[in-house]
Ligand binder design. Structure first.
Ligand SMILES: *Cc1c(COP(=O)(O)O)cnc(C)c1O
Length: 476
């Protein structure tokens, strides 16, 4: 006879839970002193782990101890106050605890029936965000037509928007009969790579994605978009989708959504707006210019898991009309049938996404919004933009450096006067040292440093120190 599995007792769980939270709290106490980027070679962590899994269960304390020994040395410290690279992946205490509760209760929210609170809290919190960001009212669930849903990432949101648009453009035949290969989509040259990936996954082909050239501000040119649509029409292709970007990944450039929206209106194209990073800025009335023209959008997404203190993963995806999305993604096997689904009186979020199963992600968002309040979240965003403004002045005042693009909100793209190789070496030395972490981009063919001020734990002194370090290392 085999042994029964050895579950932790409730009492042992309590103790292990306290110890785990203590470990996380200790981590935050020392995170500032850890080198942001790990000094590690590929394969090093893998080889430190045993070849074979344990045959007998181990003590929880032994597992926890290995976090320090094996895992920590191989981490990039995304929650370090000295992290200025890429875009942030903000965690915060309420969000971590919301995620713990979500794991703790372990519910599946695929249908309303499988956990009504999971669906209804999500709908409510997403409606709140429509108000908080001053998004068009059509994105609210309570309108009965549109609504919001939590996805894992902006990449998934973009793919689902594309699938909904594909369904609509095919006269609702694509999912059953497949597609004629004549659909064409558009985004700017600076749009996120997830758009290209979505075209491939949707079976439309990445060559049917037209990357429209950008202007001096690296924003999509509406006149070149119109020309591209005309060219495709002329050869019998069928334009159907435009992805506008509000806050591009390289430089936070903002496409002119209002003009793009008018082009989409004229040609009956689906307009998706990707605001993954800077949608959060619209919490503050003074930054709501980022969403100008959003009333033209068929769908929209932003990531609270970047700049809104919510642990990865959490993308908020909105549609003005649920029908194309649901018709693209809904299938009803017998074993999921229930009275509520038959009557259509509730939302089944599985019809809004690719997987069937779904976690209770709304909990962490709810914890965050209630803990900080709208005012607290606004203050969080404002301080980052104010610090970025300061940083911009420092760069402008130092003749050894130049801004490559004017600052966009909390992002600075700058370089030391000199060659690309000088700047590459500067970045490498900065990051090697471990006291700060920045990344790079290339703008107009020129290599530059890229500093994003948005980390949960960053204070003004970290910004001052970062600038001092950059100057020091550049002088060496
Ligand atoms: C970060 C980002 C993405 C990708 O985000 P995921 O949620 O990781 O898929 C897409 N678009 C923009 C504009 C982004 O900033």
């Amino acid at each position: 006879m085999t042994d029964l599995p050895r579950h932790m007792s409730v009492e042992a769980f309590r103790l292990a839970g306290y110890a785990t939270i203590d470990w996380i709290a200790d981590y935050y106490e020392r995170i500032e002193s850890l080198p942001v980027q790990p000094k590690i070679e590929p394969g090093e962590i893998y080889s430190r782990l045993p070849d074979e899994p344990p045959l007998e269960g181990e003590a929880f304390s032994a597992i926890l101890a290995d976090l320090d020994r094996v895992i920590l040395p191989g981490l990039m410290h995304w929650q370090s106050p000295n992290f200025f690279g890429y875009f942030p992946a903000n965690a915060s205490a309420p969000s971590i605890l919301g995620d713990v509760v979500s794991s703790g209760i372990g519910v599946q929210g695929m249908l309303w029936q499988t956990s009504p609170a999971c669906t209804e809290l999500e709908s409510r919190v997403l409606d709140w965000l429509v108000e908080m960001l001053n998004l068009p009212g059509k994105f609210k669930i309570s309108t009965g037509c549109g609504g919001g849903v939590i996805h894992d990432t902006a990449s998934s949101a973009t793919l689902c928007a594309l699938l909904a648009a594909r369904e609509r453009a095919s006269g609702y035949t694509a999912r059953e009969h497949g597609i004629k290969n004549d659909l064409v989509a558009y985004c700017s040259e600076e749009a996120h790579s997830s758009m290209e990936k979505a075209m491939s996954i949707a079976g439309l082909g990445s060559h049917k994605l037209r990357k429209i050239p950008t202007d001096q501000k690296l924003a999509m040119s509406p006149s070149l978009l119109t020309e591209a649509i005309g060219r495709d029409r002329a050869v019998g292709l069928k334009p159907f989708f435009v992805c506008g970007t509000v806050g591009t990944t390289s430089s936070l450039a903002i496409d002119p959504i209002e003009e793009i929206g008018q082009v989409c209106g004229r040609h009956k194209l689906w307009l998706h707006v990707d605001a993954a990073m800077i949608g959060t800025a619209a919490l503050c009335p003074e930054f709501r210019y980022v969403h100008a023209g959003l009333e033209f959008a068929d769908s929209y997404c932003f990531n609270p898991h970047k700049w809104m203190l919510t642990n990865f993963d959490c993308d908020c995806f909105y549609v003005a009309d649920r029908e194309p999305l649901n018709r693209a993604l809904s299938v009803m096997p017998e074993y999921l049938r229930n009275e509520v689904t038959e009557k259509g009186t509730a939302i089944d979020y599985r019809d809004w996404q690719i997987p069937l199963g779904r976690r209770f992600r709304a909990l962490k968002l709810w914890f965050v919004i209630r803990s900080y309040g709208v005012l607290g979240l606004q203050a969080f965003v404002r301080q980052h933009v104010a610090w970025a403004e300061k940083f911009e002045c420092w760069i402008n005042d130092d003749p050894a450096f130049e801004l490559v693009m004017p600052r966009s909100l909390n992002l600075l793209c700058f370089r030391r006067l000199g060659s690309d190789d000088d700047n590459r070496a500067l970045l490498q030395r900065l990051n090697q040292d471990g006291q700060v972490f920045l990344t790079h981009t290339v703008i107009d063919g020129r290599y530059c440093l890229r500093l994003c001020i948005a980390q949960t734990n960053t204070e003004f002194r970290h910004i001052e120190r970062a600038w001092q370090l950059i100057q020091e290392v550049a002088d060496q």
